[in-house]
Write a protein that binds this ligand. Structure first.
Ligand SMILES: *Cc1c(COP(=O)(O)O)cnc(C)c1O
Length: 339
């Protein structure tokens, strides 16, 4: 293994020692094995390839201040993957098996965990696919559960930097009774075209409104929406087609701990201009501040529209990172020893 330059890590795929792989056949999961080669031998008629039976997760493992190795709220991801599997008729991975797989793959790849102080973490990517051949449209009879890991650097090397967001009324991410609330691979394919267009036009993130009326805010393509009102409340939209983000749930609790009122409720498009701060949140970044939202000819400036992160988002970000790295007390029992 060549030595890793922890300071130059980005957010991209890197080979490690191994991934862990389990197979479900005839109603049961096998014992799983660590596999060195980052390749699958997959049936050409596997249901994940043709009919989209594919789910994934994303979480992080941290090298903490006290030298221990901890995953952040992994049971939340396990439970979400369970719900996703159910929604698209895949064999669900029991939460205990998910957590065991996580411990095994992290221990096999300890050398790839960025040390405390580098700002990095071990990104964990669980994946569940229909691997049995299926040509008639029906659930597969075999499933493969994989966890791969890779070291990643801090998303924001120069501190939190606000970005511009676009609302593209020509595209929706998720239908009201569809699969927006579960983490299926197809949701990402569905949002890629709009994402490429937004990026080309200078907007790193796209904000989606509710598909039925394009009146209410839902979420960004790959992260939840939250806002801070001028009187200091934490507000995040309520909709059945939003993916329940673990980061958003964490931020809500941290905001409440800091004494802020927390509201989960419909957020009208027309309200966007009234917020003091707006953020996108997800595991990879924790928080991305948004300083401008564009919809056609309408330009909404957020707060003072400045190029620096607002004080509340910065405080929330620092608090979450502090808990994750063990610099602040973990009063909610979020950090799980996996070393
Ligand atoms: C994964 C994901 C998020 C972020 O969820 P976290 O659990 O915070 O990482 C938000 N929105 C969508 C659509 C997602 O797929």
């Amino acid at each position: 293994m060549q030595s890793i330059d922890w300071t130059s890590l980005g957010f991209k795929y890197l080979d490690t020692n191994s991934h862990i792989r389990y197979t479900w056949r005839k109603g049961a999961w096998d014992a799983g094995e660590l596999v060195r080669e980052p390749y699958l031998k997959l049936h050409i008629a596997a249901s994940c390839l043709h009919y989209g039976q594919a789910a994934f997760e994303g979480l992080k493992v941290f090298g903490c201040r006290d030298g221990r190795v901890r995953a952040f709220r992994p049971a939340e991801n396990a439970e979400r993957m369970y719900r996703t599997a159910r929604r698209v008729c895949m064999a669900p991975v029991p939460v205990e098996l998910f957590l065991e797989a996580l411990r095994r793959v992290v221990q096999a790849n300890r050398a790839f965990i960025p040390p405390y102080g580098t700002g990095g973490s071990l990104y964990v990517r669980p994946l569940l696919i229909g691997s049995g051949p299926q040509i008639g449209v029906a659930p597969a009879d075999e499933y493969t559960f994989i966890i791969l890991v890779m070291p990643v650097g801090p998303y924001y090397k120069g501190g939190l930097k606000p970005v511009r967001a676009a609302i593209l009324d020509d595209y929706d991410r998720a239908a009201p009774l569809g699969v927006g609330h579960v983490k299926v691979a197809g949701n990402y394919a569905a949002s890629l075209f709009a994402h490429e267009q937004a990026k080309h036009d200078g907007y790193p993130v796209e904000l989606y409104l509710d598909a039925r009326t394009h009146t209410y805010v839902e979420e960004f393509a790959t992260s939840n929406f939250f806002a801070i009102t001028r009187d200091g409340k934490y507000v995040t939209p309520d909709s059945p087609s939003i993916l329940p983000s673990v980061t958003n749930d964490t931020l809500k609790q941290v905001a409440a701990d800091l004494g802020m009122p927390v509201e989960t409720r419909p957020v009208a498009f027309g309200e966007l201009g009234t917020f003091a701060e707006i953020g996108a949140c997800g595991t990879a970044v924790v928080v991305t501040p948004v300083n401008e939202i564009v919809r056609g000819d309408t330009v909404i400036r957020v707060g003072d529209g400045s190029d620096t992160c607002g004080p509340v988002l910065q405080k929330l970000y620092n608090t979450v990172q502090g808990i994750q790295y063990g610099d602040l007390p973990d009063t909610h029992g979020w950090c799980v020893d996996v070393g």
